[in-house]
Structures are given as C-alpha cells and as structure tokens.
Design a protein around this ligand. Structure first.
Ligand code: HEM
Length: 469
C-alpha cells in the first residue's frame, strides 16, 4: 500500500513531465519553466506586468516566445499577418473576450464565433466607415466638442487636468456617434461628467481576471462584495436606446432599423460596448499625446505642427501630413491598447515563424513590442513624428503599425478615433501652446487595465497659452 501511494504520484508526475516535453511547444524559445506551467504568467497578469514581462522575454529570446504550456507570443510582421489577417479575419479570438458581454448579451467585441461576428458586423460596420465618419454633420459635431474642450482649458489656463477634459471629449464624441442628438455633454454638464468618472476611473483588471480564470471563486466573492458596475452609464445607454428619432448617421438609427434581426438587448449591449471601447482608448491616447507634445523636448514638434495648421486653415485634416505623423507616432509610442490580442490556432495547427504550433494554442502579438522593432523604427523609444514622412521603409512601418490591431476583427472605430484626435489637435494647436504645469506631479507611466492602459495616476496637468494670430 505504502509503495502504491508513493509510486502512483511519481508515475502521474512522470507522465505529466513527459507529455509537456513531448509537446511541439517544448521546442520553442522561452524560459524552461513555461514548458510546464503558466503560473508565473498569471502572476504577471494579476500584478499588471504581463505586457512588460512579455516584452522583456522578446528582447531576450527573440520574436517567438513560449509563455506557458499552451500559449505563445510573436513579435514579427509575418506572424502578425498570419494570426490576424489570414483568410480575412485571422484566427478566432480566445474565450477571454466572452467576459465582455454587456447586459448579459454578446456584442461584436465579445463574439468569438466567426459566423455570428460577421453577421453582426454587416449590420454595424457602415456607421464606422470613413464615408459616414466624414459626413459634415458628424465632423461639425466633433468640432463643436473640440471647441468646448478648448474653452474649458483656456478658462482654467494655468493648470488644466487634461486627463479629465480629454475623457469628457472622448465620451461626448463617441456617444454623439452612437446616439446623436442624444449623446452626452460631459464637457459642460456635471451630471454627464459623472458618467465619464464612473467609466474611466474604475479599476477592473483583477476582477475580470478572477472571473476568467476562477469563475467559481469569483461568483463566491461576488456574494460578499458587490462587483463594480456602472449604473449611470448603463441607465444613460438604456434611456438613449429608447429614443425614436436618432440621426441617420448614428449607430442607434442603424440598430433600430435592423431590430427584427437582433435579440432583445442587442442594441443597448452593442452601444454600451462601443461607448466603453471609445472613451478610454481615445481619451488615454490623446492624453499621452498632449503630454508628450507639452514636454520641453517636443516644443519644436508643436511649433512645426502649428505652422502646418495655421498655413492650411481650410485643408481637410486628412490632407495634413504632419498632423497625421504626430498622431501616428503617438499611437506607436503609447498605443492605448498595448498588450496582446489573444487568438486560437485553428484545427490542424499552423507553422508560425518556422515553428509548428499545435491547434488550440493561444497565440498573440502585442503593439508594445511590435512598435519597438529597431529595424523598422530606429531609436524606437524616441517620439519622432518625422519618421512617418520618410519614404524609406514606409511599407514596413505601415505593416508593423498595430495600434488598432489588423484584419476584420481590428478596431471598428478607427476612423472615428482618428477624426476625433485630429480635430482636437487642430483646435488646440492652431491657437495655443501647451506646456507641463508646475503642479503636474502624477506619473504618466502606463498602468495596464484588462484591455487598455492609462496614465498611472490618471492626471495630467498642462498650461494653455493662447497665441496671437
Ligand atoms: C485611439 C483609439 C482606439 C484604439 C487604439 C482602439 C483599438 C482597438 C483594438 C486594438 C481593437 C481590437 C482588439 C482585438 O483585436 O482583440 C479594437 C476593437 C474595437 N474597437 Fe477600438 N480603438 C479605439 C477607438 C475606438 C472607438 C472610438 C470606437 C467606437 C466608438 C471603437 C470601437 C471598437 C469596437 C466596436 C471593436 C470591436 C471590433 C470587433 O470585434 O470586430 N474603438 N479597438
């Protein structure tokens, strides 16, 4: 009996070790412990260090790194293309995304199955097409919001917390696109500002990870402490979805016209999801960008931008190359979603960067690492918009740009986000110079959330100096 209790565990353990060593993933580069366990990776996730940990592993092991017995990270353009764009939509999303249901209902973002996703995308995609975003009524609405933003900043002048104002701008911009004319007005209205605070200041990382990895423990914990939720935002979306006469450019109008093809809560769930997708991404992206432009070493960039803006007051923003470069370089240096977008290797497995990866393995690339490729982006840590204007390596740079992901599951709101960013920068930098306020004490280090990354202390204090015409 004693022999049995000793031998059986040894045999089971031996079999476990043998199976792990036999797996094709055992031959991939990566720390040896990752052949056997993903525990260290989980620890890094819970402690907000996953992105930095993966980046360090890539600098040590190269473009292919095993993260755990069933997970691999890649950092090459070829692997990124295969994972995210092969066959149009790339590989399926992992189950992680299913956590992002809204009102208990699956949305475009949380739908892993391809067929369901393409059906939903056919309904909503035209509202985010460039042709819809560039309609005068949409752009005029954004311009009014940008003017409100600047008025608020000029009023506060010596010390403006642009983190707050930019998240209001992002909320108002996204909600206008969803519900016009029933979007929020958080730049001017204290009640709507509370919605921004509710959405942008909560910390959901550990709560989501618990739900994903330990659903039973998470359910138990939820009986003791009420999980964080967003009642103001939920109520706002549910009320807005009841409006019967939204603008034709809005997502709501489209969802209402297709109500017969959608299950009951799909319209509010989809709108809630896009609101969440649009506020922190654009708000944080603009915040990192304005902070960077306000640093002493960027004043020449600001001046060059201002010259382009004042010399071309009537040119459409998409015809301003330096503005484009300023935005793109910021999204390269500070991608608002810098961490991996996990996908599942299809049946039969695939060969990626010369290594066979079996089916069901989770694979991913992260913008944080792809954007620091020294061959494509020399001196990758330096913010230098000019690199986007150089003809040399142009195709490679575009190919590696991953801030919005790629393929048919990439960012749907990309054109809207770019329009919001450019309209705001044009409004601010044709009239003002911004510098860092002496009262700015918060850290601008990236703090990873479950999806996006934000400035660690969620504050960024700038001075606005109005320039003479
Ligand atoms: C700078 C701002 C933004 C960035 C960097 C960004 C980035 C991304 C990324 C990386 C993804 C794909 C994640 C993945 O592949 O797993 C995504 C998806 C998505 N984004 Fe954005 N986003 C931004 C703004 C917006 C805005 C303003 C909206 C809408 C109001 C929006 C709506 C969406 C939606 C609906 C999806 C899901 C698409 C799908 O699953 O087919 N995003 N975004």
């Amino acid at each position: 009996m004693f022999i049995l209790t000793l031998v059986v565990p040894i045999l089971v353990f031996g079999l476990f070790v043998f199976k792990r060593l036999e797996s094709p993933l055992a031959r991939l580069p990566g720390p040896r412990y990752t052949t056997f366990t993903a525990l260290w990776l989980k620890f890094k996730e819970f402690s907000r260090q996953r992105r930095a940990y993966i980046h360090t592993l890539h600098t040590f092991y190269g473009p292919v790194v095993r993260l755990g017995p069933h997970e691999v990270s890649f950092a090459s353009g070829a692997a990124m293309k295969e994972i995210y764009t092969s066959g149009g939509g790339g590989y399926d999303r992992s189950e992680l995304y299913e956590m992002f249901k809204q009102f208990g209902t699956r949305t475009l973002f949380s739908m892993p199955p391809k067929a369901q996703h393409s059906q939903r995308k056919r309904i909503v995609a035209d509202r985010y097409a460039n042709t819809n975003v560039m309609k005068p009524e949409v752009l005029d609405g954004l311009k009014r919001k940008a003017a409100d933003f600047l008025a608020n900043c000029v009023r506060q002048k010596e010390c403006v917390d642009v983190y707050v104002e930019l998240h209001c701008y992002a909320l108002d911009g996204a909600s206008q696109h969803l519900f016009a004319p029933y979007g929020t007005n958080s730049l001017n209205d204290a009640q709507d500002r509370a919605i921004m605070r509710e959405l942008s200041y909560h910390d959901s990382l550990q709560q989501y990870l618990f739900k994903y990895y330990l659903p039973a423990v998470s359910a138990l914990l939820a009986t003791f402490s009420r999980p964080k939720f967003v009642p103001l935002a939920n109520n706002f979306v549910l009320d807005a979805c009841e409006k019967r006469d939204p603008a034709q450019t809005s997502l709501l109008a489209k969802l209402q016209s297709k109500a017969a093809d959608l299950e009951a809560l799909s319209a509010p769930a989809e709108c809630m999801d896009h609101l969440a997708a649009g506020i922190d991404t654009t708000g944080d992206g603009l915040c990192f960008l304005m902070h960077q432009l306000s640093l002493p070493e960027s004043l020449a960039v600001q001046e060059k931008l201002r010259r382009e803006l004042v010399e071309n007051p009537d040119a459409p923003f998409e015809q301003l190359p330096y503005l484009e470069a300023v935005v793109k370089e910021a999204l390269r240096c500070f991608p608002p979603i810098p961490m991996s977008f996990p996908r599942v290797v299809p049946r039969g497995g695939r060969t990626l960067d010369g290594f066979f990866v079996p089916e069901d393995t989770i694979v991913s690339c992260q913008p944080w690492t792809l954007h620091k490729n020294e061959t494509v982006f020399p001196e990758p840590l330096v913010y230098r918009p000019e690199r986007w204007l150089e003809a040399e390596e142009e195709r490679e740079r575009e190919r590696m740009f991953f801030a919005f992901s790629q393929g048919s599951r990439g960012c749907l709101g990309r054109h809207l986000a770019i329009a919001e960013m450019k309209i705001l920068l044009r409004e601010v930098y044709s009239k003002c110079r911004t510098t860092i306020s002496s009262e700015h004490k918060g850290s601008m280090d990236l703090s990873d959330q479950i999806i996006s990354s934000r400035p660690k202390d969620q504050t960024c204090k700038l001075v606005f100096e109005v320039l003479q015409e």
